[in-house]
Write a protein that binds this ligand. Structure first.
Ligand code: GLN
Length: 562
């Protein structure tokens, strides 16, 4: 069934659905994923895995997340609070689940892929101030719910996807996400219940004392969902081990779903096994039946990728030197990109989490003993940056493969300026705005910015690579596009002294005004990039910088740990 061919063009309309829009909406199918019992269940992985499965059935898909919190986006949140901020091609700062969506599905998402309560309320209040509601009392229903529904439709319109998968953050019963649930309930009536599939992901706890899995929390959670007017079509049971057929049957009976629509999702060693495991459990079959989808699934390529993951023979330790290492989620995409680099060269990457606050000239030899490589990821603010600078020095002096990302590149530049160029006071304008030796300084267009949210240099920008450089060989291309998220950049006043001292400024913006990549020729791997390559890495398609970095780290590890 080719859904795309049948779909007429329509112009997105502001309030009521036009006839054309209804036609369009009738050809797009919608899946909604909600969660029950506890948060942090891995709903995002279920949504992402389903996206992959539906793609492998031949459908185009889009995935989006509705987050209940009041921040307009996660961009201003502390990474220790919320984990990584994932940046899309078009420069949206989004929830880290979007990284899972992109990695699992291979589809690039957009600013229409993440909506927060804050963003919906903001937009409704803005409209109210402009007088767009024509004197009406502005309310959660219909105004906030309409705004939410519009956002979901907008994604369908922009992506022209056959199927739009929407994950609702939080847990059923939370006050905060109630308006989102009401919006998706209404939405299923607007587009026709037959065009929507509701999936509820629930925790099935195990009680050690009585040695059994418990179905009651799921029953209560589904009851609550039904009380809101949403009857799930599929229930996904999250558990640490197999729950057994009896529990599944019981849940099906009590929750009014078909027996084969209760799907088990057990904790797996490798996250990327989830699509195949859920397929075996019949998830895509149940969804396809509900949405009347055709298509034969082809998982050959994904299975081949999983085989390569499992056949890794070597292990390499890579030190990740960051300021937020107590929460590994703050570096989720970096960690996944390192793993992907490992899959590409048959190695298992073991990340050694190093708090940059602990690194000094004295501790470095102990901390980095036996590592194959050192990676210094992004971050904000002065705290713990001296340890990053020490780490760059240790890597450079001992020729340990080293990749600096964003703040990491800036720290590489400061270390090089201090130790090689003799600029002892070298620093960043972010740490010492009054310094007269700012190797890293505020970008011109950032100087008069008052609002912190959404005002950095964000999203994909082109970068021209220097022929003959190491990075040119890695990418095998003269021009690339990579995603950014920063306010500061390399200060052009120091270009000459850097180049005279041997640092190659081998990646620049097409107009030549911004330094995007630097590398030290003659080293095994010493590269800093102003962008975030981790956002474009895919598990089955490692990013060129990470692929080469991990490869060189494996070599270094084999040579030094002989
Ligand atoms: N704080 C630095 C800047 O704003 C680096 C940002 C980052 O690492 N993403 O330029």
């Amino acid at each position: 069934m080719d859904l795309k061919k049948k779909r007429p063009f329509f112009v997105f309309c502001h309030r009521k659905s036009s006839k054309k829009e209804k036609n369009y909406m009738n050809h797009t199918k919608y899946v909604f994923v909600t969660g029950g019992v506890v948060s942090g269940l891995g709903k995002g992985i279920v949504a992402a895995s389903l996206g992959r499965l539906l793609r492998q059935r031949g459908y185009s898909i889009a995935v989006q997340k509705l987050d209940p919190y009041m921040n307009v986006d996660p961009g201003t949140m502390n990474p220790l609070e919320h984990g990584e901020v994932y940046v899309t091609e078009d420069g949206a700062e989004t929830d880290l689940d979007l990284g899972h969506y992109e990695r699992f599905t291979g589809v690039n998402l957009t600013k229409y892929s993440n909506l927060t309560s804050g963003k919906v309320f903001y937009s409704v209040i803005e409209k109210e101030r402009k007088g767009e509601y024509l004197g009406k009392t502005v309310q959660i229903i219909p105004h906030v719910t309409d705004e939410t529904k519009r956002f979901i439709r907008k994604n369908a319109e922009k992506t022209k996807a056959d199927i739009v998968i929407t994950e609702i953050g939080g847990t059923i019963g939370d006050i905060e996400s109630r308006h989102f649930l009401e919006a998706i309930r209404q939405f299923s009536f607007d587009v026709g219940r037959e065009n929507c599939c509701f999936i509820h992901v629930c925790l099935v706890p195990y009680i050690t004392g009585s040695n059994e899995y418990k179905s009651k929390p799921t029953q209560h959670s589904v009851n609550e969902l039904q009380g809101i007017g949403i009857t799930p079509d599929v229930i996904v049971l999250r558990s640490d081990g197999p729950v057994g057929e009896e529990i599944k049957r019981k849940i099906a009976r009590f929750c009014n779903v078909d027996a084969d629509c209760v799907v088990s999702d057990i904790t797996l060693k490798c996250l990327y096994d989830t699509p195949v495991a859920l397929h075996k459990e019949g998830l895509d079959k149940a969804v396809a039946r509900k949405l009347k989808l055709g298509g034969r699934i082809d998982l050959k390529e994904w299975r081949a990728f999983l085989k390569s993951v499992k056949s890794a023979k070597k292990t390499v330790d890579i030190a990740l030197v960051g300021k937020y290492v107590t929460l590994h989620d703050a570096y989720l995409s970096v960690a996944e990109a390192l793993n992907a680099g490992g899959y590409a060269c048959g190695a298992r990457v073991n990340i050694r989490w190093v708090d940059s606050e602990t690194v000094t000239a004295q501790t470095a030899p102990v901390i980095f003993a036996g590592v194959g490589g050192i990676i210094i990821p992004g971050g904000f603010g002065n705290r713990a940056t001296e340890g990053m600078i020490q780490s760059c020095r240790y890597a450079r002096e001992n020729d340990i493969p080293c990749l600096g990302i964003c703040l990491g590149m800036q720290m590489m530049a400061i270390e090089f300026a201090r130790d090689v160029c003799g600029l002892k006071g070298a620093t960043s304008g972010e740490f010492e705005p009054q310094s007269d030796c700012k190797i890293i300084d505020l970008m011109n267009d950032q100087k008069n910015i008052e609002n912190m949210g959404g005002t950095m240099r964000l999203g994909a920008y082109d970068c021209v690579l220097k022929p003959g450089s190491a990075v040119y060989a890695m990418y095998s291309r003269p021009q690339i596009a990579e995603r950014h998220r920063h306010r500061y950049e390399f200060n052009n006043a120091y270009r000459e002294i850097f180049e005279q001292n041997g640092m190659s400024l081998c990646g620049q913006s097409p107009d030549g005004k911004l330094v995007e990549i630097m590398e030290l020729p003659g080293k095994s791997f010493y590269v800093g990039c102003q962008f975030h390559p981790e956002f474009k890495s895919r598990p089955d398609e490692a990013h060129p910088l990470f692929a080469e970095f991990v490869k060189k780290s494996v070599q270094h590890s084999m040579e030094t740990n002989k």
